[in-house]
Design a protein. Structure first.
Length: 460
């Protein structure tokens, strides 16, 4: 029987290990048979593991031997080796977490309550924290690979919560700079005077309070990477100075007449449409084109709805483990509610929504009533009439079929259903496909107030 991937909780970021899972890992004890863990896990390193994050059902060759590795554990926490290395650099070996991290780096394996914790080699696909369908992950990670060793600035664009910093870190991790310094600055956090000092540095006496010489981010990064988040918020004065730094590959501290050579790579990110900001006169066109040596756009979650349910299930599994709760799933009505939402906060909003639902859920499944979102079905302007669950389900099926041009297999995957389950729902709602390119349906069904019927109920 194939290994149930929902039992595997991937963890790729060091800050999550320190913040969210530190107690879980520190409390675990060495596995009874570390040699068996080492032998089994060594055979199944990345790139197999990309399937864990992608949620791709068509993953022939997925290692069923993970079942043997997990043994009697209900869940398996797989921690990226790069995250363990990050934490080991900061936490001494006499700390409980420090000791546990070093045992994992030695491939010993740890056991917690109903849990096996192992390290995996993420060298083939580091920072797969970009979660989504396999096509999206492969495209974006492939783009990062092609740019990782280049020196041109990269601009990462996308709405809030799409994972821009994850991509910036991937650019750093995938190339020759992986062992160099990574420094990040949010351009919206600091006033202009302090911001310029942070970026470019200053000499003693350059301004009131400058008691000593100080290197800025560009100098301190050395041969590493400087990540400028929210670059669209950069004040106009700092924009001009940043442009000169990028043009000349030299940086001059405030109060100094002598520029210093610049060796770092610059990656910037913004949730603004900079072309629009240029038209408004709030962003320099020449800086935009200089930052945009290469651009990586990230699509919003509403444009990749097939990722919503797999991501929600992954977040539910992670949250249940983090909060020491039993494994938890998603009910059909919760899936429909998730699919109906536009997710303006994208993946970040989805994760927080699921975590809040896990905290208040006392059942084996998260239901729609536990989600702090409201469905947004199409309705007439000014209408306050709510659709029944049956009508809402029907509307989502119609929408999925229209989105996939009538392809039932693709529509089933989009809705998180099997093809057979979708066929039953089509019959129940009186929907039929005239052909694979179009949808034929009877007069709109206002719904009769029946509750959503589950696959289990249909089979009885």
């Amino acid at each position: 029987m194939p290994f149930d991937r929902s039992r595997v909780v991937p963890l790729v970021c060091g800050h999550e290990l320190r913040r969210d899972f530190s107690e879980l890992v520190a409390d675990a004890v060495p596995a009874e048979h570390p040699d068996a863990v080492r032998r089994t896990w060594a055979a199944y390193r990345a790139p197999y593991l990309d399937f864990l994050w992608c949620g791709d059902d068509a993953c022939d060759g997925f290692p069923e031997a993970l079942e043997d590795l997990a043994g009697g554990a209900h869940r398996l926490l797989a921690i990226a080796r790069s995250a363990l290395i990050d934490v080991a650099r900061e936490i001494p070996s006499d700390d409980r977490l420090g000791r546990a991290v070093r045992r994992l780096l030695a491939d010993e394996g740890l056991r917690g309550r109903d849990l096996l914790i192992v390290a995996f080699d993420d060298g083939a696909l580091p920072y797969v924290g970009l979660l989504g369908g396999r096509a999206l992950v492969e495209h974006v990670v492939g783009r990062c690979r092609g740019l990782a060793d280049e020196t041109v600035p990269v601009l990462v664009t996308g709405e809030t919560g799409t994972g821009k910093e994850v991509i910036a870190r991937a650019l750093h991790r995938l190339g020759r700079r992986r062992s160099k310094t990574w420094l990040a600055l949010n351009c919206a956090e600091l006033p202009e005077s302090i911001l310029e000092s942070e970026l470019f540095g200053h000499l003693r006496g350059a301004f009131t309070g400058a008691a000593m010489d100080r290197a800025g981010l560009f100098e301190a990064a050395g041969d590493g990477t400087v990540f400028l988040d929210e670059i669209g918020e950069l004040p106009s004065g700092a924009q001009a100075k940043l442009l000169r730094v990028l043009e000349e590959h030299r940086v001059r501290r405030l109060g100094s007449a002598s520029p210093r050579p610049l060796h770092c790579r610059v990656v910037a990110a913004t949730n603004r449409v900079l072309a629009r900001e240029i038209t408004r006169g709030t962003f320099r066109a020449d800086l935009f084109y200089r930052l945009r040596g290469a651009e990586i756009p990230l699509p919003p979650l509403r444009e990749r709805r097939s990722d919503v349910v797999p991501l929600a299930q992954l977040f539910a599994t992670r949250a249940a483990l983090r909060f020491r709760r039993p494994a938890i799933g998603l009910s059909d009505d919760a899936k429909l509610a998730l699919l109906s939402h536009e997710w303006p906060g994208n993946v970040r909003e989805l994760r927080q929504t699921i975590e809040a639902a896990v905290l208040q859920c006392n059942d084996a499944c998260i239901r729609a009533s536990a989600l702090s979102i409201l469905p947004a079905p199409a309705a007439a302007a000014g209408s306050t009439t709510l659709l029944t669950v049956r009508a809402l389900e029907r509307a989502h099926i119609v929408r999925a079929l229209e989105t996939t041009s009538g392809n039932k297999g693709a529509a089933a995957r989009l809705l998180g259903l099997t093809r057979q389950s979708l066929q039953r729902r089509l019959r129940r709602h009186g929907l039929a496909l005239a052909n694979e390119g179009g949808l034929r349906q009877p007069e709109p069904d206002a719904g009769n107030g029946h509750a959503l019927v589950t696959d289990t109920e249909e089979s009885q």
